[in-house]
Design a protein around this ligand. Structure first.
Ligand code: 13P
Length: 254
């Protein structure tokens, strides 16, 4: 199993200027070295801070990732960042297919798949995000939407060695609302089954839940069967809160 469980991942999104971002990274390195939490801790700061934060994380247990990458390795693509650039800046992972890119930037499953392929080719691990909208949720289409996104955006030759899947219901992101534990359990059981069919070692693939995870609900969520970790947005911007999520994860793992 390539990733120690639980996997606690923090997506900073478009947050963090240099002073705050470096202070947050330092606090996480410090906290991770002191805490008893096992598992994998990864942060995904904005691209402007990656190189500087990579230096602060050197020798620590905290892994660094980018929030997105281009499907091409280099060339005339103004404003884009390639997977080799992220790797060169010190990243080990990259998120692709986040709903804020699928919805806000019109990214299709095919584009997400091409990004995942490019990331793997550059030696990065991929956190592939999928999730249904509120309307799809209410219409009872969640599992069908997730199947479609998985089939459309899973890169060829995917393996648990370098792929992690994050289920993030769009309606749970930044809203303070989450599915019930029973709903997450049902959805993750379905995804585990599908991943077992689609990926040779899909049974051991890291499967994360994301959407309004905080210290107060992390213990319950991380104790759900087939939840290998969490992808955290807002609550990862405070070191204490993010480290408390990690602590909750190690308690749930016992
Ligand atoms: P929140 O934790 O702020 O709901 O965001 C979740 C998310 O989108 C992580 O990628």
């Amino acid at each position: 199993m390539p990733w120690a469980r639980p996997i606690i991942a923090g997506n900073w999104k478009m947050n963090g200027l240099r002073a705050d971002g470096l202070a947050l990274a330092d606090a996480l390195v410090n906290g991770a070295s002191q805490g008893s939490g096992a598992g994998t801790l990864a942060i995904f700061p904005p691209a402007t801070l990656l190189a500087a934060i990579a230096q602060r994380l050197a020798g620590s247990q905290v892994l660094l990732g980018g929030q997105d990458c281009a499907p091409q390795a280099k060339g005339a693509f103004t404003g884009d960042l390639s997977a080799p650039m992220l790797q060169d800046a010190g990243c080990r992972l990259v998120i692709v297919g986040h709903s804020e890119r699928r919805q806000g930037h019109g990214e299709t499953d095919a584009l997400v798949q091409a990004k995942a392929k490019a990331a793997h080719a550059a030696g990065l691990a991929v956190v592939l995000c999928i999730g249904e909208t509120e309307a799809e949720w209410q219409a009872g289409q969640t599992l069908a939407v997730l199947d479609r996104q998985l089939e459309g955006s899973l890169p060829e030759g995917a393996s648990a060695e370098w792929l992690i899947v994050a289920y993030e219901p769009v309606w749970a992101i930044g809203t303070g609302r989450t599915p019930t534990a029973a709903d997450i359990e049902r959805t993750h059981a379905h995804l585990r089954k599908r991943l077992g069919q689609l990926v040779p070692d899909g049974a051991s693939l890291g499967l994360l839940y994301g959407g309004s995870v905080k210290a107060a609900n992390a213990g319950e969520i991380l104790a759900i069967p087939e939840v290998d970790g969490v992808l955290v947005g807002g609550a990862c911007l405070q070191a204490d809160e993010f480290l408390a999520i990690r602590q909750a994860g190690s308690r749930a793992a016992r």
